[in-house]
Design a protein around this ligand. Sequence first.
Ligand code: ADP
Length: 381
Amino acid sequence: MATIAFNQVSKRYDENTTALNALSLQIDDGEFIVLVGPSGCGKSTVLRLLAGLEQPSEGEIAIDDKVVNDLMPQQRNIAMVFQNYALYPHMSVRDNLAFPLRMHHMGKQAINTRVNEIAQLLNLAELLQRRPKQLSGGQKQRVAMGRALVRDPSVFLLDEPLSNLDARLRSQIRADIAQLQLRLRKTTIYVTHDQIEAMTLGHRVAVMNRGELQQIGTPEQLYNRPQNIFVASFIGNPGMNIATTEVFAQNNDLHAAVCGQTLHLPSAVQGYNELSRSENVGYIGVRPEAFRLSQVDGCVALKAYISAVEYLGAESLVYFHLSSHDHAHDNTTWIARINGHVDATIDQSIEIFLDPGAIHWFNSDGSNAIFDTCQSVQPRR
Ligand code: ADP
């Protein structure tokens, strides 16, 4: 059982590389936190600092309110699963699982009991005599998890644990990991660049970019109330459509100019008051799933022409430009995600519909213009 706190933690590997900048983060006991962001944004550095494999350049790291900066990795009771699993190839699965216990001089009988327990938990009982090269990718992954959990660590760290698996296996093992975490209730930090893994696994998700925490919140908070354009574009697949806009008042009503068209914003729309007061709004954001191809009450219509349609079975992705060929003010490509099959041809002119309440608004500096998202940094209780 463990709580974790990062207090203004920075890591510079050399003068030119700030891998992590002033990270502050509180993690509750038993919480499942996912760190997500593009490659090189500092996610693994966070894990390595917590595990004691790297020293912070600044700041404090605490486990259960005790600062651990000066503790050796083996004194921290943390287990880590690496991307490449790092199993010992010459040892059987049983010996791989037993290894951390032998290093701690546990008795033979106790080791056997514990290894059998963990093999049961991870469905490895049939595989105990095999060598790693006789295992599938998914089985190796389970052995690596078993080896990490066998000593009953208080914190469990996973660094891109599914990246060597094919898509089908990934979603299956993802579900297994979620279930295991729920059962063991161990404080877990999971690193991935894949926003789907982040959204499906994390109680809270921390989005990082360029060594900085952008936002931490529940998957719903990140999806519905992204703090800035980076989070808005990173979470969701395909990402949010973003375009420049200008919001202006006319005849006591608000309007937004987007790609040469004008959207009328009814006063009932969420964020209307903030929009009418703000002079900084610079960007409009629309999730692909917020568009419709037929009119629904309260929706505004936009003129669009289609540039491509991708049929994915349950849904179609419709790529389009606003305005028409001849009057293209802006060549932003927008994406709509539409249920089922879309019968349309390329270059076809259509009307596309949008609920103005589903629009996100951002200031010129990229921050959210409507929501104060600060509350989402608190741990889940
Ligand atoms: P991520 O896990 O998000 O891909 P990392 O934490 O591994 O990112 O790396 C963050 C940044 O720090 C990157 O720019 C990376 O090149 C740099 N970095 C990581 N490890 C080292 C190291 N040992 N020495 C120098 N630079 C490093």
